[in-house]
Design a protein around this ligand. Structure first.
Ligand code: MLT
Length: 404
């Protein structure tokens, strides 16, 4: 008789955004006349920029012509895209990352879930709390997290680094030394970030303690402050301790198009073994490359026209962030984030739990957000709103919240 991977049985409930989706669908079914505004999942609403659409059309036409048709993409990514990423995201910032240290993928979600595979089964992970749920859930599936304490919402074998208003959302070095440290900066869900100096301390800590930092930079396009690093490789020594995950979802609206990449520097080694070689082996075996047309779309992100159009798109969402942040403040809420990230993190009013506030907001303002406790126990008493809605709906949502 076959056996299943029992680790899956340990996962509590369904994936956070699936649970929210089901709750909202049930509410809509019971209240078909209600106009629900969705500021829950960080899904973009603005159309793909014209320069990218043009590149997509061109690539589609190439696929219809025998002379320019492409079959399997190189499993590590096309050179034209890897070079554009290396040049624009790294070399232009003074970071010595080469095109062949970049692995193109179908998005940062899958990379952030898959990267744990190349580490030992008994690796100890450390996560910020609250945290993007994929980091912990993927380690649960791999059997690395121990047992779940449903009351406290924690796993016995995970190191949690609370990030709350009390410590200005700055994770402290854990007492127990981790093997893998997940950092997402600018942060999802809190919308807060670290300065370059603060991140440098984490790089030094990882190098000193023989840990690897899995650095999720999905929201870097939203950074507005000068002392906030756009990549961990701006820190000295990061190439010997950090893997960086990048996404095209948030900076270029590719949530439905799907494209991302992971940087594994060649200097990152465990003894003599290069993690770059391991990830290349894994990628080559389990992945057949992101589609050619999508990689051409990714290349257009770095064209002059693409850059200008995306700058406007980011500004559009950041204007929403301002509307949310200021509107909430006017309504008396305590708010964080929204300056270097498209997420606004607020304290729930009147001691409501995160889920109580979720229901309250859905029922009374018909606005969907994300309960902070869904991201970890230290998220309890907080709530996340996304700036990725359209402007009109964002304004309307805030009017409704202010009227409560
Ligand atoms: C979020 O809402 O946290 C993100 O959209 C989820 C994701 O990027 O997978």
């Amino acid at each position: 008789m076959f056996q299943i991977n029992e680790n899956y049985q340990k996962l509590p409930g369904s994936y956070l955004f699936s649970t929210i989706g089901k709750k909202v669908a049930a509410f809509q079914e019971a209240n078909p006349d209600k106009d629900i505004i969705r500021l829950g999942i960080g899904d973009v609403t603005q159309p793909i920029a014209p320069a990218i659409i043009e590149a997509l059309h061109k690539a589609v036409d190439e696929m219809g012509n025998a002379a320019t048709f492409r079959g399997y993409a190189p499993d590590l990514g096309y050179e034209f895209l890897r070079s554009a990423i290396a040049k624009n995201d790294y070399q232009a910032r003074g970071c010595d990352i080469a095109a062949d240290e970049i692995f193109v993928s179908d998005g940062a979600k899958s990379d952030s879930a898959n990267i744990q595979e190349i580490f030992a089964a008994d690796s100890k992970i450390a996560v910020c709390d609250p945290v993007y749920p994929v980091y912990v859930d993927s380690n649960v599936m791999a059997g690395r997290t121990g047992t779940y304490d449903a009351e406290k919402g924690v796993w016995s074998n995970v190191i949690y680094m609370p990030c709350t208003a009390e410590n200005n959302f700055i994770p402290e070095f854990p007492k127990e030394t981790p093997d893998l440290i997940y950092l997402c900066l600018p942060n999802n869900p809190t919308g807060t970030t670290l300065t370059k100096e603060q991140l440098q301390q984490w790089v030094d800590y990882a190098n000193k303690n023989g840990a690897v930092i899995i650095y999720d930079a999905a929201y870097e396009a939203y950074i507005s402050e000068a002392d906030v690093p756009h990549t961990i490789y701006e820190c000295e020594g990061a190439k010997t301790c950090a893997i960086e995950l990048r996404s095209f979802s948030k900076n270029a609206g590719f949530t439905g198009v799907r494209l991302g990449c992971t940087v594994v520097p060649k200097e990152l080694k465990c003894g003599d073994v290069s993690l770059h070689g391991m990830w290349a082996r894994r990628h080559g075996t389990k992945f057949n490359g992101a589609p050619y047309i999508v990689q051409r779309a990714g290349e257009a992100v770095y064209s002059e026209a693409g850059k200008a159009q995306l700058k406007e798109q980011v500004a559009y969402y950041m204007n929403n962030a301002k509307v949310i942040k200021e509107g909430l403040k006017e309504a008396g809420y305590t708010v964080f984030g929204g300056v270097n990230a498209p997420y606004i993190w607020l304290k729930t009013p009147d001691q409501m739990t995160s889920w109580e506030f979720f229901d309250y907001l859905l029922e009374n303002a018909n606005v969907v957000g994300t309960p902070g406790s869904g991201f970890g126990p230290s998220g309890e008493g907080y709530f996340r709103l996304t700036a990725f809605g359209n402007y009109e709906n964002t304004v309307k949502a805030l009017e409704r919240i202010k009227a409560l």
